[in-house]
Write a protein that binds this ligand. Structure first.
Ligand SMILES: [Zn+2]
Length: 391
């Protein structure tokens, strides 16, 4: 038996929005042409074997491509460039990569970098300590203890799994929630006072802010590396939980003067962390309706897949990005949640070559079982026929 997929319409995958097209009041877009001197050099046809490339890992937040890609590409640089400083090599390689990424993507990357630089140059943070993630004052002690022990048992001791694949645990101290809310409010005030044309977190939320855009990117990267990936490695190995390597972090706000509800959708993530920051509210429950691959994203929900969750401030919900969900109306008060979409480039690359996702897609699994049962039944039938013939 199936239940209604959702109270809303058909289903959407929501993504971060593209930066506004030109004339957005945030300054003109500079052209992306490489410096002429660099164009004179050509990449080598084969990599330089004896050259040990630099590591670019620490520049993750400033690069538009994977640090690994820079290390690999470095071995193809023309010999005169190998002796240059790491910064010079980064500039050179970034130009190359931008030239080969599709036009739309390239423009998007450049616009977005400019957008962020504009904010970082002008916005004054309210709580400086937030930007460095001081774990002891940010997370609750039980969470820190479990993470320090870093075993499935220690995680299970603080986590409940109210429905398969959905993990709930207490995570943030109330002071941390307050600081985050203050910082978001402070940023919104700055946006308002300076008339800054802000990009909202995704195509479905009209309110809320991208934390990565105003300086919290490094802090959130650390939060994913040290506090989400260890858990995802244990509970979501089949969707790249151990190889999460990029994120999109934002705060969404709900209430009568904000977005009221959020339609049924999947996230552009492998694993999503959703932490309620407060404050006073009623309603706003999350509803979940089963995990689905691209092909099955609109297939019906099985009864056992239907699950509703009511938020508690400071508590986190962890789920697969492909776990279909939405948020019911926040009927009174004001609710704000921190959302961290965690992605794995390795998982995304491997997924391109696969068609069976029965290790995580509820519908792929169901189809596979039905096929298996019918093949068992026909084998049985065939055996019975043979026995009869033999008799
Ligand atoms: Zn499927």
């Amino acid at each position: 038996m199936s239940v209604d997929a959702s109270p809303t319409d058909r289903f959407k995958q929501f993504r971060p929005p593209s930066p506004a097209s030109n004339g957005n009041g945030n300054g003109a877009l500079s052209a992306a042409s490489p410096a002429p001197a660099r164009a004179a050099h050509r990449l080598r046809l084969n990599p330089t074997d004896h050259h040990e490339p630099d590591s670019y890992e620490d520049l993750q937040s400033q690069l538009d491509f994977s640090p690994m890609l820079f290390s690999s590409l470095e071995r193809y640089l023309p010999p005169p460039l190998l002796a240059l400083s790491r910064d010079a090599k980064v500039d050179y390689m970034r130009d190359i990569l931008l030239r080969y990424s599709p036009e739309g993507e390239r423009t998007r990357v450049l616009r977005h970098r400019e957008y962020r630089q504009k904010i970082l140059a002008n916005y004054k943070p309210l709580h400086r300590e937030l930007y460095s993630l001081h774990a002891a004052s940010f997370f609750v002690p039980s969470f820190l203890r479990a993470l320090k022990e870093n075993t499935e048992e220690s995680f299970r001791s603080i986590i409940t799994e109210p429905s398969p694949g959905i993990y709930v645990f207490e995570m943030l101290q109330s002071r941390a929630c307050e600081m985050l809310l203050d910082e978001v409010e402070n940023f919104e005030r700055w946006v308002h006072d300076t008339n800054f044309r802000i990009m909202r977190p995704n195509t479905m939320n009209r309110y809320g802010v991208v934390l990565d855009d105003f300086g919290l990117e490094t802090m959130l990267a650390r939060m994913m590396d040290d506090f989400v990936r260890p858990i995802a490695r244990v509970f979501y190995p089949e969707v790249g939980g151990s190889t999460l390597d990029s994120h999109h972090g934002f705060v969404v706000e709900y209430g009568m003067d904000r977005d009221v509800e959020l339609g049924f959708h999947v996230d552009d993530s492998e694993v999503t962390l959703n932490v309620c920051l407060g404050e006073q509210f009623s309603g706003g429950e999350l509803f979940f309706r089963g995990v689905r691959c691209d092909k099955h994203v609109n297939s019906e929900t099985q009864q056992e897949e239907s699950f509703d969750y009511a938020h508690t401030p400071g508590h986190a919900v962890l789920h697969r990005g492909r776990h279909r969900h939405g948020a019911r109306a926040t009927t009174s008060g004001h609710r704000a949640n921190l959302i961290l979409w965690c992605r794995s480039s390795v998982f995304r690359e491997l997924k391109k070559y696969q068609t069976d996702f029965s290790s995580w897609c509820g519908e792929c699994l169901r189809t596979k079982r039905v096929r298996h049962q019918s093949s068992l039944a026909s084998t049985k039938l065939e055996l019975m026929r043979r026995e009869r013939r033999a008799a």
